[in-house]
Design a protein around this ligand. Sequence first.
Ligand SMILES: [Zn+2]
Length: 307
Amino acid sequence: MNTAYISHPECLKHDMGHAHPESPARLRAIEDRLHAAHLYDYLVHYDAPLAHRSQLLRVHDAAYIDAVEAASPHEGMVELDPDTSMNSHSLAAAYRAAGGAVMAVDRVMRGEVGNAFVACRPPGHHATRNRAMGFCIFNNVAVAAAHALAAHGLSRVAIVDFDVHHGNGTENIFKDDARMMLCSTFQHPFYPYCGADSSSPHIVNVPLPAGTTGKRYREVFAAEVMPRLEAFQPEMLFFSAGFDGHRDDDMGQFGLVEADYVWITEQVIGVAARHAQGRIVSVLEGGYDLSSLGRSVAAHIKVLAEL
Ligand SMILES: [Zn+2]
């Protein structure tokens, strides 16, 4: 089965300023590396459509969506939060990023592709029900997971968030929904300074100290995440795929390398094979060191595509 690669040129036009680490160059670095690794032509490419408002409303308040639309500038930049701005293309990019994740679910659920990687931006996992934060506007992976439940009739889906930052927005959105399991590994204490005291039985938060090595990460993932995923028996799996825990990425202080992302991907593929007919949608989150981001995404996709 093929792997879908879903992106859109408008996602390159969302630009928060030349010094901002969440930059259009991230998507270019990923595509460049996919070409260099001879992976690009083996993927099935789709343009991300705009999400429908009804799809966003499953996870965001109407008043929040209205506020984002009203904030969208015709020129210049508008701040939604100290880290997150909009230019005249950002609204379209945000709708594409969420719409691309929805499309990934539809293609995988219909069996048109085996799994999918959504290479859109802005990222999403910090966006809560009613707040943009941490470079995120709409919570793309949450929109996709909610779509799998609502439009495809699934009753259990799981999100594995391996970004170096806690997936606080995803937890905020799904904390009272037992159909959703969120497993988030993250550096702690660290931005966004929460997640270590969660009480929901279906939210598996795994705070780890700065300096966590790949070896230690794998031990903890095997001991704390894998048994919970297996017991939950998800019918579809999602990655909140953030690569800012890479050793070369100074946004965080983890020591992960490409081989660790390969290992994580293999573990989750195993769960998907046992419980979910192999159904996986991976949604890009962080990763700001361009070289290691490109290499890591290529390594992740190579495993997903069995290439
Ligand atoms: Zn991050």
